[in-house]
Design a protein around this ligand. Sequence first.
Ligand SMILES: [Mn+2]
Length: 317
Amino acid sequence: MDYDVFNGDADGICALIQLRRADPKPDATLITGVKRDIELLQRVPSGEGSRVTALDISFDKNRDDCIRLIEAGADVFFCDHHFAGNVPEHERLTVLMSASPEVCTSALINGRLRGEFSEWAVVGCFGDNLDTTADTIIGKMASSVDREALRQLGVCINYNAYGASAADLHIEPAALYRRMQQHNSPTALLSDDRELFETLTDAYRLDMHAAQSAPRAVDDDDLVVVSLPDAPWSRRVSGVLGNDLANQSPNKAHAVLTDVDGGYLVSVRAPLNNRTGADDVCRQFETGGGRAAAAGINHLSREELGRFIDALRQQFG
Ligand SMILES: [Mn+2]
């Protein structure tokens, strides 16, 4: 059995599209979810001879299940750019990982495939707000592309992955992957499936518009903390709003708090001009994790809000 396990955001989807263009596995079981649904290997059953591909999910959050799978006789290929922690050596485990803040999973796969499907990698990079990395890949392309269209596509596919559950999303990530991977390239997708692009960009604009009037708990020279109400649009916009604010004020750190279940869902973006420390802040809290540039906390209790803002000031003030 083949299992393709991937983060439901643009980076995860575009990493898998590249791999499956190079090495099609039409019968693979797809395992994915909302962006924060990262403990995905727990959904893969143990089986001798299984081949498991894991993309854009933290090894640290999947280590036990990865070991379970390889010890049961599966071959695992694991490619990611989130915090990995200790990675065991095993003949059935192949890893391609980097925690460099300028790298994402789509870029790692692009390197492995020597740029064969680099337009897809570009969309993944833009989705992860790695515009510089995307531009470097574009610079190496043989023919020109519509950079702005690829960027918008990456941003709105990334946006589609945010939500507390799949019910918050416009398009379920596995369905989105299937719809996207039918096209030879993102450029072909943009011309042949206009409806997909317009559905997502229209929804993105509506949600972002709603977020513009959200109150700011902190707004100073170093740090902005935005507070969003308990609503599906808030949960969808929480991550991309952080990226958008970071692009507007590249010297500031940003945090977006979304009201959920008596606490907050938290998204943190380090200053774009110094992409470090977001994960250090978030890992001080029980359900926190992520990368140096972009991290989050799945559930911050209201009592912890003061300590969280102190941690932000300590890191970025
Ligand atoms: Mn990623």
